[in-house]
Design a protein around this ligand. Structure first.
Ligand SMILES: [Zn+2]
Length: 250
């Protein structure tokens, strides 16, 4: 069964080096509504950034009211490996509290921004200590920004003195393929084959991948040219269609 996940953040939270000419005003509520429609009768989780929850509490409530599990994506979208441990743990706890105050339910899932959680015991120890039961922060390939070189393809358990935490890696078949950049870039026929060949079907998307408009036009309007955003958003306008086609098959 496909596990549909959404990283709930603003486009300006991305860790790619985009130089914004002006801050884009996006219709996040509309994109979230498309996600809600896609998630009907499926296992779905929204990893919400604390800063997003503060700014758009009604959107987070709407996700929860529609049966979507609300989990945590950290407070700001900082790369965990570039922060010190104290800052990370303090901010994570704050984000957890902000989100729980909105949904009145314990938050038990965590996904680090851009898969940047170092694969070190102290991080999982802290997650267990403050009540997280699982993390979905493990990207099974190393690239210039994130990822792990240990080849874990299926969920696995990490035992700490405060209890256990399950890590749920992103699907991989030679390369990771199940969301974000890969969903935008890989053709649908290839995505279909890859999903058929793996048992691990976690799919991840971002709100801005669910917008209607052509993402390259969007970037021309709001940002100065940068090779990163071109790479990141190439073929992005078809991400929503691909997502729908993949979900319809499963
Ligand atoms: Zn993110």
């Amino acid at each position: 069964m496909m596990w549909l996940t959404l990283d709930v953040e603003e486009i300006t939270d991305m860790n790619f080096h985009v130089h914004w000419k002006q801050i884009p005003q996006l219709e996040y509520e509309k994109y979230i509504e498309s996600f809600i429609a896609l998630s009907k009768n499926r296992k779905a989780t929204a990893f919400v950034l604390g800063s997003f929850a503060k700014k758009y509490p009604h959107i987070v409530k709407k996700l929860a009211q529609n049966g979507i599990e609300i989990a945590c994506h950290g407070l700001h979208h900082n790369l965990v490996y570039s922060e010190n441990f104290q800052t990370w743990s303090h901010d994570l706890l704050e984000a957890k509290k902000i989100i729980e105050a909105l949904t009145c339910k314990p938050v038990v899932g965590y996904r680090s921004p851009s898969w940047s959680l170092p694969f070190e015991k102290r991080y999982y120890e802290f997650l267990a200590k403050v009540g997280f039961a699982y993390s979905s922060s493990y990207f099974p390939m190393k690239n210039y920004m994130y990822g792990n070189s240990i080849d874990k393809k299926a969920p696995f358990m990490i035992y700490t003195k405060y209890g256990k935490v399950q890590e749920r890696p992103i699907a991989k078949k030679i390369i990771p393929f199940s969301g974000g950049f890969y969903l935008r870039v890989l053709p649908l026929w290839l995505l279909k084959i890859l999903f058929k060949k793996t048992k691990n079907s976690v799919l991840y998307v971002h709100p801005y991948e669910l917008m209607d408009r052509n993402i390259l036009h969007f970037f021309k309007e709001y940002a100065t040219y940068n090779v990163d955003y071109f790479l990141a958003f190439y073929a992005s306008s078809s991400a929503r269609k691909k997502l729908k086609a993949l979900l319809d098959e499963k």
